[in-house]
Design a protein around this ligand. Structure first.
Ligand code: TMP
Length: 205
Protein backbone atom coordinates (compact mmCIF):
# COMPACT_ATOMS: atom_id res chain seq x y z
CA UNK A 1 0.00 0.00 0.00
CA UNK A 2 1.41 3.43 -0.99
CA UNK A 3 1.60 5.40 2.28
CA UNK A 4 3.35 8.49 0.87
CA UNK A 5 0.00 9.59 -0.56
CA UNK A 6 -1.48 9.32 2.91
CA UNK A 7 -3.44 6.51 4.43
CA UNK A 8 -6.83 6.37 6.07
CA UNK A 9 -7.15 3.64 8.72
CA UNK A 10 -10.29 3.13 10.81
CA UNK A 11 -10.68 1.32 14.12
CA UNK A 12 -13.98 -0.41 14.81
CA UNK A 13 -15.70 -2.68 17.31
CA UNK A 14 -18.36 -2.81 20.01
CA UNK A 15 -18.12 -0.54 23.05
CA UNK A 16 -15.41 -1.81 25.40
CA UNK A 17 -13.53 -3.79 22.71
CA UNK A 18 -10.33 -1.84 23.44
CA UNK A 19 -9.90 -0.20 20.01
CA UNK A 20 -8.99 3.23 21.38
CA UNK A 21 -6.11 1.80 23.45
CA UNK A 22 -4.85 -0.02 20.36
CA UNK A 23 -5.16 3.11 18.24
CA UNK A 24 -2.98 5.02 20.71
CA UNK A 25 -0.40 2.21 20.79
CA UNK A 26 -0.27 2.12 17.00
CA UNK A 27 0.07 5.89 16.83
CA UNK A 28 3.08 5.75 19.17
CA UNK A 29 4.60 2.85 17.20
CA UNK A 30 4.22 4.62 13.84
CA UNK A 31 5.61 7.91 15.20
CA UNK A 32 8.66 6.03 16.47
CA UNK A 33 9.13 4.79 12.91
CA UNK A 34 8.97 8.42 11.73
CA UNK A 35 5.60 8.22 10.02
CA UNK A 36 3.48 11.36 10.14
CA UNK A 37 0.23 10.42 11.81
CA UNK A 38 -2.89 12.08 13.10
CA UNK A 39 -5.45 10.65 15.53
CA UNK A 40 -9.11 11.49 15.08
CA UNK A 41 -12.56 10.08 15.93
CA UNK A 42 -16.26 10.01 15.17
CA UNK A 43 -18.52 11.33 16.41
CA UNK A 44 -17.25 14.67 17.62
CA UNK A 45 -13.71 15.54 16.59
CA UNK A 46 -14.63 18.33 14.19
CA UNK A 47 -15.93 21.68 15.44
CA UNK A 48 -19.67 21.16 14.86
CA UNK A 49 -19.30 17.49 15.75
CA UNK A 50 -18.69 18.39 19.40
CA UNK A 51 -22.31 19.44 19.74
CA UNK A 52 -23.54 16.44 17.77
CA UNK A 53 -21.59 14.08 20.06
CA UNK A 54 -23.16 15.70 23.09
CA UNK A 55 -26.65 14.99 21.75
CA UNK A 56 -25.80 11.52 20.46
CA UNK A 57 -24.22 10.24 23.65
CA UNK A 58 -25.77 12.30 26.43
CA UNK A 59 -29.22 13.59 25.41
CA UNK A 60 -31.64 12.61 28.18
CA UNK A 61 -34.94 12.61 26.27
CA UNK A 62 -36.25 10.66 23.30
CA UNK A 63 -34.03 10.44 20.21
CA UNK A 64 -35.62 8.81 17.15
CA UNK A 65 -33.58 6.10 15.42
CA UNK A 66 -33.67 8.06 12.16
CA UNK A 67 -32.58 11.33 13.79
CA UNK A 68 -29.76 9.42 15.46
CA UNK A 69 -28.62 8.00 12.12
CA UNK A 70 -28.64 11.41 10.43
CA UNK A 71 -26.71 13.00 13.28
CA UNK A 72 -23.93 10.40 12.95
CA UNK A 73 -23.93 10.99 9.20
CA UNK A 74 -23.87 14.78 9.58
CA UNK A 75 -20.86 14.48 11.86
CA UNK A 76 -19.19 12.18 9.30
CA UNK A 77 -19.80 14.51 6.36
CA UNK A 78 -18.14 17.38 8.21
CA UNK A 79 -15.37 15.24 9.70
CA UNK A 80 -14.30 13.63 6.42
CA UNK A 81 -14.05 16.98 4.69
CA UNK A 82 -12.59 19.03 7.53
CA UNK A 83 -10.12 16.52 9.02
CA UNK A 84 -9.71 13.22 7.15
CA UNK A 85 -9.34 14.35 3.53
CA UNK A 86 -7.19 17.33 4.47
CA UNK A 87 -4.66 15.19 6.36
CA UNK A 88 -4.64 12.27 3.92
CA UNK A 89 -3.97 14.77 1.13
CA UNK A 90 -1.03 16.14 3.11
CA UNK A 91 0.42 12.58 3.08
CA UNK A 92 -0.34 11.68 6.71
CA UNK A 93 -1.54 8.40 8.14
CA UNK A 94 -4.96 9.18 9.58
CA UNK A 95 -5.93 6.88 12.46
CA UNK A 96 -9.67 7.21 12.89
CA UNK A 97 -11.64 5.87 15.85
CA UNK A 98 -14.89 4.72 14.13
CA UNK A 99 -16.26 5.61 10.72
CA UNK A 100 -18.72 4.22 8.10
CA UNK A 101 -18.81 0.68 9.49
CA UNK A 102 -20.07 1.92 12.88
CA UNK A 103 -23.26 3.17 11.23
CA UNK A 104 -23.82 -0.14 9.42
CA UNK A 105 -23.12 -2.13 12.61
CA UNK A 106 -24.98 0.07 15.16
CA UNK A 107 -27.83 1.62 13.17
CA UNK A 108 -28.09 -1.12 10.53
CA UNK A 109 -27.67 -4.29 12.59
CA UNK A 110 -28.23 -2.91 16.12
CA UNK A 111 -31.26 -0.71 15.37
CA UNK A 112 -32.30 -2.88 12.42
CA UNK A 113 -32.42 -0.05 9.88
CA UNK A 114 -32.12 -0.71 6.14
CA UNK A 115 -28.47 -1.46 5.31
CA UNK A 116 -28.74 -0.64 1.61
CA UNK A 117 -30.02 2.81 2.55
CA UNK A 118 -27.24 3.27 5.10
CA UNK A 119 -24.65 2.33 2.48
CA UNK A 120 -26.06 4.99 0.18
CA UNK A 121 -26.21 7.60 2.96
CA UNK A 122 -22.59 6.79 3.91
CA UNK A 123 -21.60 7.30 0.25
CA UNK A 124 -23.32 10.69 0.27
CA UNK A 125 -21.78 11.73 3.60
CA UNK A 126 -18.23 10.81 2.59
CA UNK A 127 -18.54 11.59 -1.14
CA UNK A 128 -17.40 8.01 -1.71
CA UNK A 129 -14.31 8.19 0.54
CA UNK A 130 -13.63 4.92 2.37
CA UNK A 131 -10.91 3.86 4.80
CA UNK A 132 -7.98 2.16 3.01
CA UNK A 133 -7.81 -0.26 5.89
CA UNK A 134 -10.14 -1.10 8.78
CA UNK A 135 -9.46 -3.07 11.95
CA UNK A 136 -12.34 -4.67 13.78
CA UNK A 137 -11.49 -5.53 17.37
CA UNK A 138 -13.75 -8.44 18.09
CA UNK A 139 -14.52 -9.13 21.75
CA UNK A 140 -17.17 -11.16 23.59
CA UNK A 141 -20.07 -9.08 24.84
CA UNK A 142 -19.29 -10.03 28.48
CA UNK A 143 -15.61 -9.07 28.20
CA UNK A 144 -16.47 -5.78 26.50
CA UNK A 145 -19.20 -4.89 29.01
CA UNK A 146 -16.75 -5.36 31.88
CA UNK A 147 -14.31 -2.96 30.18
CA UNK A 148 -17.01 -0.30 29.73
CA UNK A 149 -17.64 -0.18 33.49
CA UNK A 150 -20.52 1.55 35.27
CA UNK A 151 -20.47 5.07 33.79
CA UNK A 152 -22.37 4.38 30.59
CA UNK A 153 -23.37 6.80 27.81
CA UNK A 154 -26.66 6.62 25.85
CA UNK A 155 -25.38 3.97 23.41
CA UNK A 156 -23.51 1.92 26.02
CA UNK A 157 -26.72 1.72 28.06
CA UNK A 158 -28.31 -0.40 25.32
CA UNK A 159 -28.57 -4.00 26.55
CA UNK A 160 -26.39 -6.95 25.62
CA UNK A 161 -28.86 -8.12 22.92
CA UNK A 162 -28.25 -4.81 21.08
CA UNK A 163 -24.49 -5.19 21.36
CA UNK A 164 -24.71 -8.84 20.26
CA UNK A 165 -26.43 -7.66 17.04
CA UNK A 166 -23.80 -4.93 16.55
CA UNK A 167 -21.00 -7.49 16.96
CA UNK A 168 -22.68 -9.79 14.44
CA UNK A 169 -22.94 -6.81 12.08
CA UNK A 170 -19.21 -6.18 12.30
CA UNK A 171 -18.43 -9.84 11.56
CA UNK A 172 -20.74 -9.76 8.53
CA UNK A 173 -18.98 -6.61 7.28
CA UNK A 174 -15.60 -8.32 7.65
CA UNK A 175 -16.87 -11.25 5.54
CA UNK A 176 -18.20 -8.88 2.90
CA UNK A 177 -15.05 -6.73 2.60
CA UNK A 178 -12.10 -9.04 3.40
CA UNK A 179 -9.64 -6.89 1.46
CA UNK A 180 -10.31 -3.76 3.50
CA UNK A 181 -11.36 -5.17 6.88
CA UNK A 182 -9.13 -7.20 9.20
CA UNK A 183 -10.56 -8.81 12.35
CA UNK A 184 -8.41 -9.01 15.47
CA UNK A 185 -9.28 -11.15 18.50
CA UNK A 186 -9.74 -8.52 21.22
CA UNK A 187 -10.43 -10.95 24.07
CA UNK A 188 -6.67 -11.24 24.53
CA UNK A 189 -4.40 -9.06 26.67
CA UNK A 190 -3.58 -5.53 25.44
CA UNK A 191 -0.04 -6.69 24.57
CA UNK A 192 -1.21 -9.72 22.58
CA UNK A 193 -3.84 -7.71 20.67
CA UNK A 194 -1.17 -5.16 19.77
CA UNK A 195 1.17 -7.94 18.58
CA UNK A 196 -1.56 -9.06 16.16
CA UNK A 197 -2.20 -5.49 15.02
CA UNK A 198 1.52 -4.82 14.50
CA UNK A 199 1.91 -7.96 12.38
CA UNK A 200 -0.72 -6.72 9.93
CA UNK A 201 0.61 -3.16 9.86
CA UNK A 202 4.21 -4.27 9.36
CA UNK A 203 3.15 -6.29 6.34
CA UNK A 204 1.33 -3.32 4.82
CA UNK A 205 3.77 -0.46 5.41
P1 TMP B 1 -17.07 6.06 21.40
O1 TMP B 1 -16.53 7.39 21.10
O2 TMP B 1 -16.91 5.65 22.81
O3 TMP B 1 -16.65 5.00 20.45
O4 TMP B 1 -18.66 6.22 21.31
C1 TMP B 1 -19.35 6.45 20.17
C2 TMP B 1 -20.66 5.69 20.27
O5 TMP B 1 -21.46 6.00 19.13
C3 TMP B 1 -20.49 4.17 20.29
O6 TMP B 1 -21.43 3.61 21.17
C4 TMP B 1 -20.84 3.77 18.88
C5 TMP B 1 -21.85 4.81 18.45
N1 TMP B 1 -21.87 5.08 17.01
C6 TMP B 1 -22.99 4.71 16.28
O7 TMP B 1 -23.95 4.18 16.83
N2 TMP B 1 -23.01 5.01 14.94
C7 TMP B 1 -21.97 5.64 14.30
O8 TMP B 1 -22.04 5.88 13.08
C8 TMP B 1 -20.82 6.01 15.09
C9 TMP B 1 -19.67 6.72 14.44
C10 TMP B 1 -20.81 5.70 16.43
Amino acid sequence: MEHKKGLFISFEGIDGCGKTTQLELLNKYLKEKNYETIVTFEPGDCEIGKNLRQILLFHKGFVSDIAEMFLYLADRAQHIEEIVNKNVNEGKIVLCDRCIDSTVAYQGYGREKNIEQINLLNEIATKGKKPDLTFIFDADIETAQLRVGKNKDRMEKEGSEFHRKVREGYLQLAKKYPERIKVINANQSIEKVFEDLKKIIDEIL
